[in-house]
Design a protein around this ligand. Structure first.
Ligand SMILES: *Cc1c(COP(=O)(O)O)cnc(C)c1O
Length: 375
């Protein structure tokens, strides 16, 4: 069996261990400490000095705290992009609220402005104004931020920006992760940078960050004994994990460049295969190309290619199955135009890691060319 080629695997810079060793040398193994502060400062200077970052245990915990900070509670409704990973929507249910799913548009594959406005109007007509909108820059491609912001502002609904897949992307020169009232990042193992597991919340005010940190550290009131007047969570990032993050920040831009180069290589390699369609960057959109995705003519063709790659020990994955099609969310209201269903049927994510070697990329390209040569 040939060695496995992964969709997106961790890629260390070599500097991570220095920060982690420092934590050991100073016995700063417990939560908080210089690496947490340093990682937050690195993220702040990368994204925007006016933002306030809280390093957390995961992207999911950052989404959960975002909903709590916006006052989402039992019986509320929250709009969420349907074409996403389930972690975008699960925290809505943790709060006892109802997700309302909205379909995508074709240009970025993200939340559709028309469907969004239809959904907001309809929910208001039904008696409940949505408490928040979770919009996602899926696969690193920025959503149509101008259009989405305009609608959110018109109805005065805050946006939670799920930037888990889009660190390093930007829209009209503004970094992804700085559009929403609150934004979240993920440093899970498959993301563009990883801390083995981790996340962050990006807030527009220091007050929101401080509240997030308070809730993330068991909501301890200011007293010598353990005193609590809020339900707390254990969601903070540890000082060891943050050390990995500091090392990863030193190579973030080169990871973006390599992932974009992978995408370009695939585009070049398959330009004579008319069936293969790519997602191009609309004007003003800069994608980190976290994952390189293609569309084929049909579900059968997509599945045929996936199995042909699997036979060669190459990992690929259908585009994310929309939330409105997931068994767990089958009873949730949804506003559907057919785009995300179509993308799910015909779309495939190809190996996209920043550590792919030329030899591995050649193997992927060869396998795909062979599939189209014989099928
Ligand atoms: C990875 C991911 C998350 C969750 O992040 P974790 O750090 O794994 O909890 C949320 N949303 C999207 C779109 C993701 O890809």
């Amino acid at each position: 069996m040939k060695p496995k080629i992964w969709l997106s695997s961790p890629h260390m810079s070599g500097k991570e261990q220095t920060f982690v060793n420092e934590a050991f040398d100073t016995n700063w193994v417990a939560p908080l400490g210089p690496n947490v502060n340093g990682f937050e400062a690195d993220l702040q200077s990368y994204l925007n000095e006016d933002r306030h970052i809280a390093a957390l245990a995961s992207g999911t915990s950052a989404l959960h705290l975002s909903l709590i900070l916006l006052g989402v509670t039992y019986g509320d409704e929250v709009i969420c992009q349907s074409k996403t990973f389930s972690a975008s929507a699960n925290p809505i249910v943790y709060q006892g609220a109802t997700p309302v799913f909205v379909d995508s548009e074709r240009e970025t594959w993200n939340i559709c402005p028309e469907q969004l406005e239809i959904a907001i109007k309809d929910r208001i007509k039904n008696g409940k104004k949505p408490k928040a909108i979770i919009a996602v820059h899926l696969y690193g491609m920025p959503y149509k931020a101008d259009e989405i912001n305009k609608i959110a502002a018109a109805y005065n609904i805050p946006i939670i920006e799920d930037s888990a897949e889009s660190l390093g992307s930007h829209y009209k020169n503004q970094n992804c992760g700085t559009f929403g009232e609150l934004a979240i990042l993920s440093f899970n193992g498959n993301k563009i940078i990883t801390t083995s597991g981790g996340g962050a919340l990006v807030a527009k005010t220091k007050d929101l960050k401080d509240k997030a940190v308070f809730l993330a550290t068991q909501a301890r009131d200011n007293a010598p004994h353990y005193q609590h007047s809020h339900i707390g969570y254990n969601y903070r990032m540890s000082n060891i994990v943050a050390g990995i993050g500091r090392g990863q920040m030193t190579i973030l831009d080169s990871h973006v460049a390599k992932r974009r180069a992978n995408h370009k290589l695939y585009q070049e390699a398959f330009k004579t295969i008319s069936e293969i369609e790519f997602l191009n960057e609309p004007e003003g959109h800069f994608s980190n190309r976290w994952l390189s995705c293609i569309l084929l003519d049909s579900k059968d063709r997509r599945e045929g290619l996936r199995l042909a790659l699997e036979k060669e020990n190459i990992e690929s994955r259908p585009l994310w199955k929309p939330m409105h099609q997931q068994p767990i969310f089958k009873d949730s209201p949804s506003y559907i135009n057919g785009v995300s269903d179509d993308l799910f049927e015909r779309g495939l994510c190809l190996p996209s890691g920043s550590n792919l070697t030329n030899e591995e990329l050649d193997r992927v390209i060869y396998t795909i060319n062979m599939y189209f040569a014989v099928c």
